[in-house]
Design a protein around this ligand. Structure first.
Ligand code: ATP
Ligand code: MG
Length: 443
């Protein structure tokens, strides 16, 4: 395997013997161990690497176990019947054990020349990696990784940990540090800025000053990342239990405006306080639900982020003479389309998000036969949660949410009584409630 012109690869690694670190096989997924042993028995190198090693060393439960090897994808496929090769640019092997997927990747080298001897381009004019498909050595594989704490290798041969980049020291010091020159590494792949934020909040680490310094200025590079990749990253940022911390850190580093430009504009120009409160409470709720193992959906998260832009747009359209429901419908379409140019959102999320928004109009008109029907709407629960959030944020009266809470808890017969008692026409004469909710309606 040829070197790529870098001298750092010649460094001798630090090897931390089995007796001097805390990783035990008891904490490694049995399936990952199976893969490692089979590679070893076939005389290949096999290492656990990335988040798995990092999290085990920190005493945390890894999300998944990734493996690095000198075996090529075809070799891996020969070894494992339950194996699928994926990826076009760089082929990876997925070894499948029921629902668990063990990702096995062949050592890769970072190409530091813009063009290789075959005339293939590896780095574009902006310094971004466009091709990443050259096999390498273990050392090369270590140096192309993002952060030092993500480049530790657990060796199945002798159970030692191999460290080329000072990852162990950074791990012990709680420091997240990019390998190599930070500006170059961010330019190669701007998503590393989002990863820096995500790991710092999740691990409770601080960014090394050199890793932190370029971020605010380089943030706009995220504008060139394909919308689908940004969507994936956004899920990791906001569905991993640290949504609130990530929201705040992303805003601090000027990164949030690249993910949600319309939301950032609404927050910067906010005159009322509730958009920020709505988002903070929404993130807090999401984190709490994940903590309690309750389901969370990206549709709800997006609904929270984009609500203020949608409200503002709907208000404009109403001022131009549209009926409230029509205005909200149109505003939703426009904002969804504008957001999609930055971040792709599959329809399976954008449709329910729309329903959550549209149901707000119906929930604002409590009482009457309609209240019964809305209860059985498949999106009622999410829309009701959203209404509670708006109440907490001070956008609608808290009593409105409370009314729906009480209404659901009532026995069906009591509900029937309640709505026949409070005919819409009657309640309109009584005035108070209807006009209160009307003044706070989505206009
Ligand atoms: P987690 O899975 O807990 O979110 P992780 O560190 O395992 O964290 P992955 O996205 O699963 O993160 O990636 C696995 C490993 O691949 C990382 O630890 C890192 O070594 C390497 N890696 C991933 N993305 C990049 C990137 N954009 N640039 C360089 N290396 C990367
Ligand atoms: Mg991982």
């Amino acid at each position: 395997m040829s070197h790529t012109g870098s001298t750092i690869n010649l460094n001798e690694p630090v090897v931390i013997a089995r007796s001097r670190h805390t990783i035990t096989r008891a904490n490694i997924s049995p399936n990952a161990l199976k893969v490692l042993y089979r590679l070893k028995d076939a005389d290949y190198q096999g290492y656990l690497v990335g988040g798995g090693v990092r999290d085990l060393l920190l005493g945390r439960e890894p999300k998944d176990f990734d493996i690095a090897t000198d075996a090529h994808p075809e070799d891996i496929r020969r070894l494992f019947r339950n194996c699928r090769l994926i990826g076009r640019r760089f082929r990876l092997a997925h070894v499948l054990f029921g629902r668990e997927v063990i990702e096995v990747a062949t050592f890769r080298a970072l190409q530091e020349v813009a063009q290789d001897s075959n005339g293939e381009r590896h780095i574009d004019d902006e310094g971004r990696i466009v091709r990443d498909n050259v096999y390498g050595t273990l050392a090369e594989d270590a140096f192309r990784r993002d952060f030092t704490v993500n480049a530790l290798y657990y060796n199945i041969k002798d159970f030692s940990v191999i460290d080329y980049v000072g990852g162990m020291d950074d791990l012990n010091a709680g420091v997240l540090r990019l390998i190599g020159d930070p500006e170059t590494r961010y330019r190669e792949d701007p998503v590393r800025m989002l990863r820096a934020v995500r790991f710092a909040t999740k691990l409770g680490f601080r960014l090394h000053p050199d890793t932190e310094r370029p971020v605010k200025d380089m943030a706009p590079l995220l504008g060139d990342i394909p919308p689908a990749r940004l969507f994936d990253e956004m899920l990791k940022l906001f569905m991993g239990g640290y949504a609130l911390a990530n929201f705040e850190a992303l805003r601090h580093y000027n990164l949030f405006e690249l993910l949600f430009p319309l939301t950032e504009r609404a927050l910067t120009h906010e005159e009322e306080h509730f958009p920020l409160t709505l988002i903070s409470h929404g993130m807090e709720n999401t984190d709490r639900r994940i903590e309690e193992d309750k389901p969370v959906t990206p549709a709800f998260l997006f609904a929270v982020f984009l609500w203020q832009p949608v409200r503002e747009r709907a208000r404009q359209l109403e001022a131009e003479g549209q009926h409230p429901a029509q205005a909200l419908q149109h505003a939703s379409s426009q904002i969804i389309a504008e957001q999609a140019s930055v971040m792709a959102m599959p329809r399976r999320y954008s449709l329910p998000m729309r329903e959550i928004w549209m149901l707000q109009l119906r929930l604002e008109r409590k009482g009457g036969r309609r209240s019964m029907r809305v209860l059985s709407h498949p999106r009622f629960r999410a829309a009701y949660d959203f209404l509670l959030l708006r109440g907490e944020a001070g956008e609608v009266p808290v009593e409105l949410g409370q009314w729906w809470t009480d209404f659901q808890e009532k026995h069906p017969e009591q509900r029937e009584q309640e709505i026949t008692r409070k005919r819409p026409r009657k309640s309109r004469r009584r005035g108070g409630r209807t006009s209160a909710s009307k003044s706070k309606a989505v206009t």
